[in-house]
Design a protein. Structure first.
Length: 225
């Protein structure tokens, strides 16, 4: 059988990155002479990519400044350091290592541009990731466009594929891409989990390998070999 494939969202699923995004947002606000926002507030801006985050942040803090939205988006990218204040969720690296050792092929599908996404994955020990589709991978497409999921999955062969994410956008992406969806409850979703109709939910990444096997239709403990 072809190797099973696990496609993972990044922010709020593999890494807790809200503090690093919030730090860039607050540095931008400081340059504009505006007061900072809390990480909890910043989490409500996450889900549709960095450009939308900046738009929502500025709308929250008084509207687009004279410099213009595009200039602020560019400045945000310059200020953003994906490795500062980011951490892997407990057990996330171990869960993916375990699946990779069983023969799974693993990719990432994120709204974050590819360069900072690869940087933070390498910095936090996700060396089993083989493919990545980012916000700048498919021209004009962000999740929930299923071309994003296809771009992450295609380099990994043609085995059964499962998508794991944390947000409403991820649930829609999985539906559009016709993949079973596993929902991590500790990320940045904006509403109740039930409304997203996941195949399964988990609160700690220790649970992920068994849920991924079940969602891919594999026997418990079975790998690709
Ligand atoms: O950038 C965002 O808004 C969300 O990023 P993600 O797709 O990695 O969760
Ligand atoms: Mg996410």
């Amino acid at each position: 059988m072809s190797a099973p494939r696990l496609i993972c969202d990044l922010d709020g699923t593999l890494i807790d990155s809200a503090a690093s995004l919030c730090a860039a947002g607050n540095a931008l606000l400081a340059e504009l002479g505006r007061p900072p926002v809390t990480v909890e507030t910043y989490k409500t801006f996450i889900g549709k990519g960095m450009d939308v985050q900046v738009e929502r942040l500025l709308a929250h803090s008084g509207g687009a400044p004279e410099a213009g939205l595009e200039a602020c988006r560019r400045r945000f990218r310059e200020l953003y350091d994906p490795t500062a204040h980011s951490r892997a969720y407990p057990g996330a690296v171990a869960a993916l290592r375990r699946l990779a050792a069983e023969g799974w092929r693993i990719g990432v599908c994120t709204q974050k541009p590819q360069a900072p996404a690869w940087r933070v994955l390498r910095a936090l020990g996700f060396d089993m990731i083989e493919s990545l589709a980012g916000g700048d991978s498919v021209p004009g497409a962000l999740k929930p466009d299923p071309r994003m999921l296809a771009a992450a999955a295609a380099p990994l062969g043609d085995g059964p594929a499962v998508y794991v994410g944390d947000s409403e956008t991820d649930a829609e992406t999985a539906r559009a891409g016709d993949m079973p969806f596993l929902l991590f409850l500790g990320g940045y979703r904006h509403g109740p989990a039930e409304a997203m109709h996941p195949a399964a939910v988990f609160a700690h990444h220790d649970a992920l390998p068994a849920l991924a096997r079940a969602a891919a239709g594999l026997a418990p403990g079975a790998g690709a070999a």
